[in-house]
Design a protein around this ligand. Structure first.
Ligand SMILES: [Zn+2]
Length: 61
């Protein structure tokens, strides 16, 4: 089973140790899963501070 990680910096969910979006460190300790299709129109995306579509963690430790 692949363990998903989340970026501390931009909350991007990835399998990589380094985030492919911003180059930040990713961690295994994260909670919640967010899939943003349209961050401009999505209020959830705005609240999470997300500006590009993709998969994100809600809380990263
Ligand atoms: Zn990142």
């Amino acid at each position: 089973m692949i363990k998903l990680r989340a970026c501390r910096n931009c909350k991007n969910v990835t399998e990589e140790i380094k985030c492919e979006k911003c180059g930040g460190d990713t961690v295994l300790e994260w909670k919640g899963y967010l899939f943003i299709l349209d961050p401009v129109r999505s209020s959830v995306g705005k609240r999470a501070g997300v500006s590009t579509s993709g998969e994100y963690a809600i809380k990263v430790r």
